[in-house]
Design a protein around this ligand. Structure first.
Ligand code: DC
Length: 230
């Protein structure tokens, strides 16, 4: 593949050869994580899956026997979060649900803010994926993608993953959980799941993994984005 190293021009120009900040947001099971990892590999940038931070907080609350819906329990866990994000079980549905519950609390979001901003602003650039990267963590990102897919397609993907893991689960239940998570993540008052005005929309409903990655790279190459991209 060609050399896509980013060279910024105009006001605030960076030195040629330094990296860019790429923000990838979107709902659960939209493919944003896969796309973010692929962009990081393609542009040789470090990557942070910010959902893991909220998942780690949610798991810590559950393990302490607390309630993820309690602001006090969730803040205590966020303030004592270890730097390691390779805890077993973080990718489970239980951790995802707990993450969605703790992420509603403004104090929890504030406690995790600095770590994410430092990652985004490290010299050399970075790719971050989550819900509020383009709107809150890195509103100055060089490229912003909002990755989405229909709730039905996302539920089918998640269902296939869970079946592969040997879980006995119904598609209807997965779809119900996806819709509940969308609703909670979008309706919260602090940093809700929302497409930034200057984010390019990437709908992966009809795309396989390779096509979605190719489309994401094409969009990054095409920046700055405009509504005409929709
Ligand atoms: O991306 P994920 O499914 O691993 O995220 C789990 C939950 O964490 C998600 O439902 C909402 C929350 N989250 C958030 O509020 N902000 C982020 N930047 C990332 C995740």
């Amino acid at each position: 593949m060609g050399d896509y190293r980013f060279v910024r021009s105009g006001p605030g120009a960076q030195v040629a050869g330094t990296g860019m900040i790429i923000a990838v947001d979107g709902p659960a099971a939209s493919g944003k994580g896969t796309i973010a990892r692929a962009l990081a590999a393609h542009y040789d940038l470090p990557h942070l899956d910010t959902g893991l931070l909220y998942r780690a907080v949610g798991m810590a609350v559950l393990e302490a026997g607390g309630d993820p819906a309690s602001p006090e329990d969730a803040l205590h866990a966020a303030e004592h979060l270890s730097s390691a994000l390779d805890v077993p079980g973080l990718k489970s549905e239980a951790a995802g649900k707990a993450a969605s519950l703790v992420s509603v609390h403004p104090d929890v979001r504030a406690a995790l803010l600095d770590r994410q901003k430092r990652f985004a602003n490290q010299s050399g650039g970075a790719v971050l994926d989550g819900r509020d990267i383009g709107t809150v963590i890195a509103p100055h990102a060089d490229a912003k993608l909002f990755v989405t897919a229909s709730a039905e397609v996302r539920a089918e993907r998640r269902y296939a993953e869970l079946r592969k893991m040997g879980l006995d689960i119904h598609l209807d239940a997965v779809l119900h959980d996806i819709r509940a998570r969308d609703e909670r993540d979008s309706a919260r008052s602090t940093a809700p799941l929302k497409r930034a005005d200057d984010a390019a929309l990437l709908d992966t409903s009809e795309l396989g993994i390779e096509a979605a990655i190719a489309a994401a790279i094409a969009l990054v190459e095409q920046r700055p984005f405009s509504a005409a991209n929709d």
